[in-house]
Design a protein around this ligand. Structure first.
Ligand code: SAH
Length: 513
C-alpha cells in the first residue's frame, strides 16, 4: 500500500522527561498523531506541541482498559490514513510493553515501522533510588520478571530457579502479588533477611521507596501505603540505597512545578528548575500567532526613522522581538531600513529576557525599567525620551493598556502596532492529567511570568480550586492578577528568571524545608 504512513513504536522511559531518548523527543515533534498510554507522565505530555493529534489508549472506559486488540486496530487505521504514527509507551516498548503484539497486525498489512527502544523502569527506577542492579560484590546478574499472575490464577514463576541464580530480582507489575511473590521466594530457600525494596513512581517528583527485607517488605510497603506503578527489587544491592540515594537530595528534588509560558519562548525557567532537580510541567497557557502579512507594521516601518527627532522602539516580550524581525523579513526589510536613517533611534525592553532576545539581533536596549511591567516600561521611557519623541510599540494585540498613559501624559506621540495574537491552547487529555495531579496534591507550585499567563492558566484549568495553588509571580502586576483568584502568592524580588528561581529555592528548596 503506497499511501500508507508509518508507525514508530517508541519508549518514553519511566517518567522523567529528561530520560526521553533524542529520537523519541524528535518524533514527538515530527509525528502526525501520538497514541499513548496511561504511564506517560504529565511532564512528557506537556512537551507535545499544541494542535498535534493525540489518542489516549490508557484511559479506562467504564471498568475496562482499552483492549489490546482495539489499540492494534487504531495503529493500523491511522497508518492506513497515511499518517506518521508515534506509538508512545512507558519504559521500553519491548520490556513487558506488549510491543510485539502491536506489531503483528502492522506486519500483516505491510505497514512500515521502526522500534525506538526506551529506558526501562527495570533499571532506571532502581537507579533513581540509588540502587545499582548489579555490583561486583553483591550481584553479577539481574533478572526482570513479571509479577502479573496468569489469567487463570495459576502460578507462573519458577521460584527455585529465581532463588538459585543469586542475581538481583526485579519484578514489574508485581505490587498486588507482592506477598505471594515474596513468600514463594522464601519457601524456595531465600533468606528472609535478604534486602528488598519497593520503589513507587520512580524518576518522578513523587517517587517513594521502602527498603526492607524480603520477609517484611509486604507489611512495610502496606504500612507506607505504596501504590502503583511500582517496581519490587530483591537482592543485596537494595541495601546500597541508603548510601547512594540522590534524587531527593537535590535542591528541588521531590518538587513538581508547573510553569506557564508562552509556547514559543525559550524555556529558560524550565531548564533552571530541572537542573535543580524539580520535575517541570510546561503548560502552554498561551501561544502566539503571528499576524502575517503585517501591513500595519510595514507602513509604520516605512516611516520609522525618517523624521529628524528621536524615535523609540518598544519591545514587551522575547516572542515579540523574534516575530518583529520575521515580519520585517517578509517585507524584505532589514535593520538598515530602520536604523540607517536620520532619526536618533532608541530601544526599550520590558525586562531582561526581552533585552537578551534583542541582543541576539545585535541590539542593546537603551532602557530597561527596574520594575517588570507595562506601566514601568511606559514610565521609564517617558522619563528618558526627548519632549517630542515618537514612540512605536511593537507587541501583542490587546497588550496591557497600562503602557500608554505615562507616554501620552508626557506628550509623546505613540504608535501601537500589534505583531501577534495570543491564543490559549492545551490538549484536553493533558489538562485532565494535570487536573488530577493537582487534586492529588502532586503539584507544588505554578509560575507566572505575566498577567496574561495567569489569564491563560485560569481559562485553561477552569475546574481547579485556585485557592490551593502556590503561585510564583515575576512582578507586582502578575501577582495582582493571580490574587484575583485567591492563589497563595510569592513574588520574585527582581523581574528575572534567576530571581524567580531563587525565590522558589528559598521557599520550596530542601534547605528551607
Ligand atoms: N515497558 C515498561 C514496563 C511496562 S509494565 C518498562 O520498560 O519500564 C508496567 C510496570 O512497569 C509497572 O507495573 C511497574 O512495575 C513498572 N513501572 C513503569 N514505570 C514505573 C515507574 N515510574 N516507577 C515504578 N515502576 C514503574
Amino acid at each position: 500500500m503506497d499511501q500508507s504512513g508509518k508507525v514508530w513504536l517508541a519508549g518514553a522511559g519511566p517518567g522523567d522527561a529528561g530520560l526521553l531518548t533524542v529520537k523519541t523527543r524528535e518524533l514527538i515533534e515530527s509525528s502526525d498523531v501520538i497514541v499513548y498510554d496511561a504511564l506517560i507522565s504529565a511532564e512528557i505530555l506537556s512537551l507535545i506541541p499544541p494542535g498535534k493529534e493525540v489518542i489516549n489508549v490508557g484511559k479506562r472506559s467504564g471498568h475496562h482498559l482499552m483492549m489490546q486488540q482495539e489499540i492494534n486496530e487504531i495503529l493500523l487505521r491511522e497508518a492506513q490514513k497515511g499518517k506518521n504514527v508515534l506509538r508512545l509507551k512507558g519504559g521500553d516498548p519491548f520490556v513487558f510493553g506488549r510491543g510485539g503484539e502491536e506489531l503483528e497486525l502492522l506486519v500483516r498489512h505491510h505497514i512500515p515501522f521502526e522500534i525506538v527502544p526506551g529506558i526501562t523502569s527495570a533499571s532506571a527506577v532502581p537507579a533513581y533510588a540509588g540502587i545499582p542492579v548489579t555490583h561486583r560484590d553483591h550481584a553479577s546478574s539481574f533478572h526482570v520478571v513479571t509479577g502479573h499472575p496468569r489469567q487463570d490464577g495459576t502460578e507462573t514463576l519458577d521460584y527455585d530457579s529465581l532463588v538459585n541464580v543469586e542475581g538481583t530480582l526485579v519484578f514489574l507489575m508485581g505490587l498486588t502479588s507482592m506477598e505471594r511473590i515474596l513468600n514463594g521466594l522464601i519457601e524456595a530457600g531465600l533468606d528472609p533477611d535478604t534486602p528488598a525494596a519497593v520503589l513507587e513512581k520512580g524518576t518522578l517528583a513523587a517517587q517513594r521507596r521502602v527498603v526492607s527485607a524480603a520477609g517484611r517488605l509486604a507489611e512495610d510497603a502496606g504500612r507506607a501505603g505504596i501504590g502503583t506503578p511500582a517496581v519490587i527489587l530483591v537482592g543485596k544491592v537494595c541495601a546500597l540505597s541508603e548510601q547512594f540515594c540522590w534524587a531527593e537530595e537535590r535542591p528541588l528534588g521531590g518538587r513538581q512545578i508547573l510553569i506557564t509560558r508562552p509556547r514559543m519562548s525559550s524555556s529558560a525557567l524550565a531548564g533552571k528548575l530541572r537542573s535543580l532537580g524539580a520535575q517541570v510541567i510546561e503548560l502552554p497557557a498561551i501561544s502566539t500567532r503571528s499576524i502575517s502579512p503585517n501591513f500595519a507594521l510595514q507602513r509604520a516601518m516605512k516611516q520609522f526613522g525618517d523624521r529628524a527627532g528621536e524615535e523609540w522602539l518598544l519591545f514587551t516580550s522575547p516572542a515579540g522581538v523574534r516575530i518583529f524581525f520575521e515580519q520585517l523579513a517578509e517585507f524584505k526589510m532589514d535593520v538598515r531600513h530602520i536604523f540607517g536613517r536620520s532619526a536618533r533611534v532608541k530601544i526599550a525592553a520590558i525586562g531582561s529576557a526581552t533585552e537578551k532576545a534583542l541582543r541576539g539581533y545585535g541590539l542593546l536596549a537603551d532602557v530597561v525599567p527596574d520594575v517588570y511591567c507595562a506601566a514601568g516600561l511606559g514610565e521609564a521611557v517617558a522619563a528618558c525620551a526627548q519632549p517630542r519623541a515618537r514612540i512605536t510599540a511593537v507587541r501583542a494585540m490587546s497588550g496591557s493598556e497600562e503602557l500608554l498613559p505615562p507616554l501620552l501624559e508626557a506628550g509623546l506621540k505613540v504608535d501601537d502596532i500589534p505583531l501577534y495574537e495570543t491564543v490559549y491552547e492545551t490538549h484536553e487529555q493533558v489538562k485532565e492529567k494535570i487536573q488530577s495531579l493537582f487534586e492529588e496534591g502532586g503539584i507544588d507550585a505554578v509560575t507566572f511570568t505575566s498577567a496574561s499567563t495567569v489569564k491563560g492558566f485560569v481559562q485553561t484549568m477552569e475546574q481547579l480550586d485556585f485557592q490551593s495553588i502556590h503561585a510564583f509571580c515575576i512582578g507586582a502586576q502578575t501577582a495582582e492578577e493571580a490574587a484575583k483568584f485567591g492563589m497563595h502568592i510569592s513574588t520574585a524580588k527582581e523581574a528575572s528568571m534567576d530571581s524567580m528561581t531563587e525565590q522558589i529555592l528559598e521557599e520550596l528548596g530542601r534547605h528551607g524545608r
